[in-house]
Design a binder for this molecule. Structure first.
Ligand code: ATP
Ligand code: MG
Length: 445
């Protein structure tokens, strides 16, 4: 509910305005002089202040000046008598939102107040949208390992060109993130980035999603509608899970890629577009070609520049940086300040992450929310992380398991003792010399 302060020394005037505002459902405080009004603004946050100009103690202009300093988002409406329009204009110049000449019609005041409050609401909503936009926009690829460096350098080389890029990689390796990074680094960055998930849209609707349709093209098409290609004009179009695009559309897509033009569903007009294509797939498209599910000519046309996202198990050295990046994100979202222990990081590094970075991210969100202490420990990780040896029932080779467990124990003991070998050997129950030999054997120095 909007909170309004009414400052007016004339009692009859004050009471009648007060009643009207209150009847309208706003919460109203009143002050019969400027000093009292000032005191109230210091205690309360008002959406709007309606103030007379001439008041005993402190006039409307000084009140306005103070409000501007304390709370610039508060709107101020100045009420003034006919003879002092100059003062009112001076108030507008000082930042008042509006003025109204006495005597006035109450409806006039109500309309002015409503408009200002509506504008405040729109401003707030814009800020919230900007904030959430910034959040999704802040998503960036993280990791300084060799495999990620290769990704970055390919992105920066390919981005400024208009070349079609095919991004491959297992699920959760950051293919979509890479596609966005390419768009952001290209000179199309200020134009739209549009994406379509070929696996999520029923075959029958796919053509109209991609190319749009004319009114009456099919039952239910009661409006002309633009497709993703038109929406992405001058920008970038991400074709996600491209391996799932139905055969007939593969042919149509090929034509668009070659000629930059197409027809809408149910239309005969040719539409021209300038769109940069990035395709993502977690399938092996060459295999799909061999199986007869994907057109060889389309694959050639798409993979002008191939970018392969590495699975997380091949750049485990990024796990620590990824963890802190995600923790920072979740801490600010959930208002926490959770860290992670070296032991927990160590254990994460033993795990193979079939779900790649997405799995690590989900794990960090869960652990940071559920974790009771200041840092995520082994106890906050899922049970599967508790068994770093990763013994599976199909794999019985004893000496390799023993070796893994031995290495893990040595590593953990060294972690816990901060690298002090005498201490570590004591924890492990072996001699210092024995520890040294084992470390040498495992290449752990
Ligand atoms: N290198 C990275 N740095 C930071 N976050 C990453 C990285 N890679 C992936 N992510 C995060 O992991 C999640 C999955 O990434 P993304 O959606 O890009 O993967 P994908 O390869 O498109 O997966 P899928 O094949 O399942 O669609 C996202 O939340 C993304 O922000
Ligand atoms: Mg994806």
């Amino acid at each position: 509910m909007a909170k309004i302060l009414l400052a007016e020394d004339d009692e009859i005037m004050r009471i009648s305005v007060y009643d009207r505002l209150q009847k309208h459902g706003w919460q109203v405080d009143e002050a019969e002089n400027g000093l009292k009004a000032l005191a109230l603004t210091e205690k309360n946050q008002y959406h709007l202040i309606i103030s007379d100009i001439r008041m005993p103690g402190l006039d409307g202009l000084s009140l306005l000046r103070n409000v501007q300093k304390q709370s610039p988002e508060t709107d101020v409406i100045i009420m003034t008598a006919y003879g002092s329009v100059d003062d009112a204009i001076e108030c507008l110049r000082m930042g008042a939102s509006d003025y109204i000449l006495k005597p006035f019609d109450m409806d006039d005041l109500i309309i002015r107040v409503s408009r200002l409050l509506e504008t405040q609401e729109v401003k707030n909503r814009c800020e919230a949208l900007e904030e959430s936009y910034r959040e999704t926009n802040d998503r960036q690829l993280v990791g300084q390992s060799q495999p990620m460096q290769r990704v970055y350098s390919l992105i920066s080389q390919a981005a400024p060109t208009n070349a079609t890029i095919l991004i491959t990689g297992e699920s959760g390796t950051g293919k979509e993130l890479a596609a966005r990074a390419i768009h952001k680094a290209s000179n199309r960055r200020k134009k739209p980035f549009v994406s379509i998930n070929c696996a999520a849209i029923p075959d029958g609707l796919m053509e109209s999603e991609l190319f749009g349709h004319e009114r009456g093209a099919f039952t239910g098409a009661d409006q002309k509608r633009k497709g993703k290609f038109e929406l992405a004009d001058n920008g970038t179009l991400l074709l996600d899970e491209l391996g799932d695009l139905p055969g007939p559309l593969q042919a149509k897509l090929l034509r668009v890629l070659q000629e930059n033009e197409f027809e809408r569903v149910g239309g005969s007009k040719t539409v021209n577009v300038d769109v940069r294509i990035i395709a993502c797939t977690s399938k092996d498209l060459q295999k799909e070609v061999e199986a007869g599910n994907f057109r060889q000519d389309l694959l050639y046309r798409l993979q002008v520049i191939p970018l392969e996202m590495p699975p997380l198990r091949e750049h485990k050295e990024d796990i620590e940086e990824l963890c802190s990046f995600f923790l920072q994100e979740f801490n600010s979202r959930h208002n926490k300040s959770v860290a992670i222990t070296p032991e927990a990081i160590y254990n994460l590094k033993q795990y193979d992450f079939p779900g790649n970075v997405r799995e690590l991210r989900n794990l960090m969100e869960r652990a940071s929310v559920l974790c009771g202490g200041p840092a995520i420990t082994l106890a906050d990780l899922p049970v599967k992380m508790d068994d770093p040896s990763g013994v599976t029932p199909e794999d019985f080779n004893l000496s390799s398991h023993v070796a893994t467990i031995e290495q893990n124990c040595i590593n953990r003991a060294l972690l816990q003792t901060g690298g002090n070998r005498t201490e570590a050997a004591r924890l492990l129950g072996i001699s210092r010399k024995n520890l040294w030999e084992k470390m040498k054997g495992y290449g752990l120095e």
